[in-house]
Write a protein that binds this ligand. Structure first.
Ligand code: PMP
Length: 286
């Protein structure tokens, strides 16, 4: 079955769909995106994803490509046309197509929008062998809170991780603290069992999974402290884990080949992973 994408107002066979070569997303990374999980045909935390998308657009002064209710409809329709009941829906919006010029188009243009859907099999239980991460200098810009399509440092970091046999790269800032991963938020559990993750701010993407896990962890009685943590603290942590829409919660068992804890997924990570799976399955409210 051919994949179908919604491209600037029409549903098209994805491999034949095209955008103009002067689309500002293509030329200047002048655009934003969203990825929301879909389970049993439901889009999980959809409102939070649309809110974050609205924030990203607002911060870049890009007009919403369509009203929110229309976008909701298009996302559901794209999932249906691709028969995706488990997977992700991807939304991308750019400032649109205009003669190449760094400044905004002088004559207003319509923002461009693409919606696509992809099948993924979600885990059915908290089984997780744990993953390894590497650290890499955070060379990104000062507005990582915007979900921009300008992902070159993230792509290079992810590639560096893969070449090192690791799953993810965690960015380290000049002050020695971990900001986040190339496509994940970063957490540790200290010796007292407290969860530590960086507070929201321009250095990190406000992960939807981060927010969900934070709320569920607190509701489950864990103490969560939002503060930056250093690489040194990470290496001495009892547990570490990452969160994202597609990874949910995954335990980090080694950093730069040095073990975290006893090199097995810890109980906090496993508990939160199960809560996250239950949330996706609609059994637990976040
Ligand atoms: N940080 C970055 C840099 C990301 O790209 C992502 C995933 N898009 C995340 C964190 C996790 O965000 P979410 O939980 O919304 O997938």
């Amino acid at each position: 079955m051919s994949r179908i994408a919604f491209v600037n107002g029409t549903y098209q066979v994805q491999r034949r769909a095209a955008v103009g070569i002067e689309d500002r997303g293509y030329q200047l990374a002048d655009g934003i995106y969203e990825v929301a999980p879909v389970m049993d045909g439901r889009i999980i935390d959809f409102a939070a994803h649309l809110d974050r998308m609205a924030y990203s657009l607002r911060e870049l002064r890009i007009q919403p490509p369509m009203p929110r209710s229309a976008l909701e409809f298009v996302c559901r329709e794209t999932l249906a046309r691709n028969r995706v009941r488990d997977g992700v829906v991807y939304i991308q919006a750019t400032r649109g197509e205009a003669p190449r010029d760094h400044g905004f188009p002088k004559v207003p243009v319509k923002p461009a929008v693409v919606v696509s859907a992809k099948h993924l099999s979600w885990p059915s239980n908290a089984e997780d062998k744990g993953i390894e991460v590497i650290t890499t200098p955070d060379i990104r810009w000062g507005r990582c809170d915007i979900k921009s399509i300008g992902l070159l440092p993230n792509a290079l970091a992810k590639q560096k991780a893969r070449e090192a046999g690791a799953f993810e790269a965690w960015f380290v800032r000049g002050d020695g603290t971990v900001s986040e991963g190339a496509s994940t938020n970063a957490w540790i559990v200290d010796g007292e069992g407290r969860l530590i993750t960086r507070p929201l701010g321009p250095e990190i993407l406000p992960g939807i999974t981060r927010a969900t896990v934070l709320a569920m962890a607190r509701a489950a009685g864990f103490q969560v402290i939002e503060r930056p943590f250093s690489v040194e603290e990470l290496l001495g942590a009892r547990e570490a884990f990452l969160t994202s829409t597609t990874s949910l919660v995954r335990s980090v068992v080694a950093v730069d080949q040095r073990p975290i804890g006893n090199r097995y997924p810890g109980s906090v990570g496993r508990t939160l992973r199960q809560l996250c799976i239950d949330h996706y399955r609609g059994r637990v409210d976040a």
